[in-house]
Write a protein that binds this ligand. Structure first.
Ligand SMILES: Nc1nc2c(c(=O)[nH]1)N[C@H]1C(S)=C(S)[C@@H](COP(=O)(O)OP(=O)(O)OC[C@H]3O[C@@H](n4cnc5c(=O)[nH]c(N)nc54)[C@H](O)[C@@H]3O)O[C@H]1N2
Ligand SMILES: Nc1nc2c(c(=O)[nH]1)N[C@H]1C(S)=C(S)[C@@H](COP(=O)(O)OP(=O)(O)OC[C@H]3O[C@@H](n4cnc5c(=O)[nH]c(N)nc54)[C@H](O)[C@@H]3O)O[C@H]1N2
Ligand code: SF4
Ligand SMILES: [Mo]
Length: 596
């Protein structure tokens, strides 16, 4: 039996045990500290059963891999090249292609489709983002699930929160919200205000954690003034919450050790960094950092503290509103930009102007179908790698278990291109993997991330723990600042009464655009549509058709289309968050039209 890890973009980074003779039968590694004995549907069904790309292609013609590599090398060696890498596989060896790009004088991307805005907000307050270990989550009394769809995206955390008081803050009545002690079904995009209001009430009641604030050398006066610049009545009305809701929530926040499990959902907005900064500031008001069983958990920075052998200094362009058309050659690796990036119409237009589009991936998808050159990737079972995790601190080596039928690893791909272009080849694959692994801390059977601390921020904040926490002192929102609400927009949407917020959380049966794809729009019963009706959904950026699912888990002002659904990103804007260079998938209102 060989041990490896699931490479999919997921909090859990499950450890897998596999019999090399039966690689379609993957099982969870028994007694792994963060697994609970079962792999999810993606690994026990979707991945083994999904049809991988069977052949390389050039200009629509199936060719031998070598011929496709010749064509790819010719394209990469001719003119300006952009590498657009996604998160189809989270092994560290994915980024070995940075070295290829450095050697061919190419361009990489900066920013993120995922968690960059929240990350920037955390850094604004804490200086550096250290992940809250699961062991601390397990010691909490109260768990506030804040915009994270635990049972779907992070199911292996469930045993760590069992038996605790659970509060869910989510505009959707998710499965975990239905089970929770309290569900605050707030208006989408209003979490900043909620965090600020909660902090204000706590300080107003003189219930801040003075002992902790003093120990950390923090003064809360300016922050209190900041929270008071927002009007209570107007804000409560805006969020759709009552004073009673706030009272209930405050009761939970003040009854024992509290952990916030914050997810991607709160920050898919231009103001995403303010949201995390405000949540962290609320946490600091309560003294939740550096204390046992307390803290704020978010998608962790798994590469923190590594001396990255693949770090390069090359030009970069935004990963959100990427100007593909500025390049002669675009190499897409482990990504499906034609579906996963925001503003699909813009993406397709921009990609259509690229001279040579190379797709290097595992599956046929909307991007592979556009590509001039298609290179099948080896699966995670067919190459050597190392898995870090954004949900826990355990690092898992991923040795090759099988030979690839027709795919190639990222490492071999880079060397194949470099050889053809007569550039310096890479060092041995083993040497890179060793450089990653030797920076991890060995603890018995397992390796730990170098950044792992049992109780982060015990002594203080910043890189070396000698800085202070910075409370949020700023807020600026062009989309919907309720202090200076754009009257025209409000008047218009109230008049025709048909603007909805669009939320696009992750689906249970797909992993971003991999595996099962649906094409449904979920509507609240009050929207007046019937199950299975067809509607066209419009935004300022585009439109797309969907089949209706009437869904009583939604607020009257919200429609839901799962991320990865066909057509969803025709509706989303390619604006970049104010900080963190992140996509803002939910910074959009939509209208509905029945398709007759
Ligand atoms: N099954 C499955 N698992 C996955 C993925 C997948 O595609 N499928 N994708 C993986 C990836 S790439 C990531 S980044 C993670 C993300 O996983 P999560 O952090 O769970 O993020 P989302 O599913 O995007 O959204 C989480 C919740 O936020 C809520 N939400 C939406 N808007 C708001 C808002 O304005 N405020 C608040 N408070 N809540 C809001 C949604 O209703 C949803 O319940 O999941 C990973 N795991
Ligand atoms: N509307 C909306 N859109 C979203 C989101 C949202 O919340 N709402 N979420 C965003 C988020 S959080 C993320 S992380 C992005 C993800 O977006 P992408 O990074 O584009 O991820 P996928 O759509 O899963 O596509 C990954 C591709 O990687 C390929 N692949 C898999 N394994 C390997 C491998 O080992 N090697 C290579 N070379 N290729 C491989 C597969 O062919 C797959 O099609 O989507 C974003 N898109
Ligand atoms: S829960 Fe996540 S890490 Fe575990 S097998 Fe499923 S996709 Fe992979
Ligand atoms: Mo993500």
């Amino acid at each position: 039996m060989i041990k490896t890890a699931c490479p999919l973009d997921c909090y859990d980074a499950c450890a897998i045990t596999c019999d090399p003779e039966r690689i379609d039968n993957l099982v969870a590694t028994p007694s792994h500290p963060v697994g609970n004995g079962a792999l999810c549907i993606h690994m026990n069904r979707n991945f083994p059963r999904s049809r991988k790309l069977s052949s390389a292609r050039v200009g629509g013609r199936e060719v031998e891999l070598e011929e496709a590599l010749d064509a790819a090398a010719a394209a990469i060696g001719d003119g300006k090249t952009l590498l657009y890498r996604g998160s189809g596989n989270l092994g560290v060896m994915q980024s070995v292609s940075n070295l290829l790009i450095e050697r061919v004088g190419g361009t990489l991307t900066h920013g993120s489709l995922c968690d960059g805005a929240g990350q920037a907000g955390i850094e604004a307050g804490r200086g550096v983002h250290r992940q809250l270990p699961l062991s601390q989550i397990a010691k909490a009394d109260v768990i506030v699930v804040w915009g994270r769809n635990l049972t779907v995206t992070n199911s292996h955390i469930m045993p760590f929160i069992e038996g605790k008081r659970v509060v869910v803050i989510d505009p959707v009545k998710t499965p975990i919200a239905r089970k929770a002690h309290l569900h605050i079904q707030l208006k989408p995009r209003s979490d900043f205000y909620l965090a600020i209001m909660l902090a204000r009430f706590i300080i107003m009641e003189d219930a801040q954690n003075d002992e902790w604030l003093e120990r950390m050398g923090l003064d809360i006066e300016d922050f209190y003034d900041f929270t008071r610049s927002f009007r209570i009545k107007a804000i409560l009305e805006y969020m759709g919450l009552s004073l009673d809701d706030m009272g209930d929530l405050l009761n939970y926040l003040q009854s024992g050790r509290v952990v916030f499990l914050v997810g991607n959902g709160v920050q898919k907005y231009s103001i995403g960094h303010y949201v995390l900064w405000a949540i962290d500031s609320l946490a600091a008001t309560l003294g939740l950092f550096g204390e046992e069983g307390c803290g704020v958990s978010y998608l962790g920075m798994s590469r923190l503290g590594f001396d990255d052998p693949f770090a390069v200094k090359v030009p970069t362009v935004s990963a959100v509103d990427t100007p593909f058309h500025d390049f002669d050659t675009v190499l897409v690796q482990g990504a499906n930009p034609a579906e996963s990036m925001p503003d699909t119409a813009r993406v397709l237009e921009s990609l259509s102007k690229v001279r040579k589009l190379i797709y290097f991936g595992l599956y046929e998808n909307a991007t592979s179908r556009l590509a001039d050159i298609v290179i099948p990737a080896a699966t995670f079972l067919e190459k050597n790698d190392l898995r870090l995790s954004y949900g826990h601190h355990i690092v898992t080596p991923m040795p090759a278990i099988a030979h690839s039928a027709g795919g190639i690893s990222e490492y071999d791909f880079c060397n194949a291109i470099l050889t053809r272009l007569k550039k310096e080849r890479l060092e041995s694959e083993e040497s890179y993997l060793k450089r990653w692994l030797k920076q991890c801390r060995r603890e018995g059977e397992y390796y730990h991330l170098p950044s792992h601390e049992e109780i982060p921020y015990r002594d203080g904040f910043g890189e070396d723990g000698d800085e202070e926490f910075e409370f949020i002192d700023d807020f600026d929102d062009d989309f919907e600042d309720i202090r200076r609400f754009r009257k025209a927009r409000r008047a218009k949407s109230e008049e025709d009464g048909e603007d909805f917020y669009l939320v696009t959380p992750k689906a249970s049966h797909s992993l971003n655009t991999q595996f099962a794809k649906s094409s449904y729009v979920h509507l609240p019963p009050s929207a007046g549509f019937a199950e299975k009706e067809r509607v066209r959904v419009f935004s300022d950026y585009g439109s797309s058709e969907f089949e209706v699912r009437v869904d009583d888990s939604l607020r009257d002002d919200t429609v839901l289309i799962y991320a990865g659904s066909k057509g969803v990103n025709f509706l989303t804007p390619s604006i970049v968050s104010q900080e963190g260079g992140n996509a803002c998938y939910q910074e959009v209102k939509v209208r509905l039209e029945r398709v007759e």
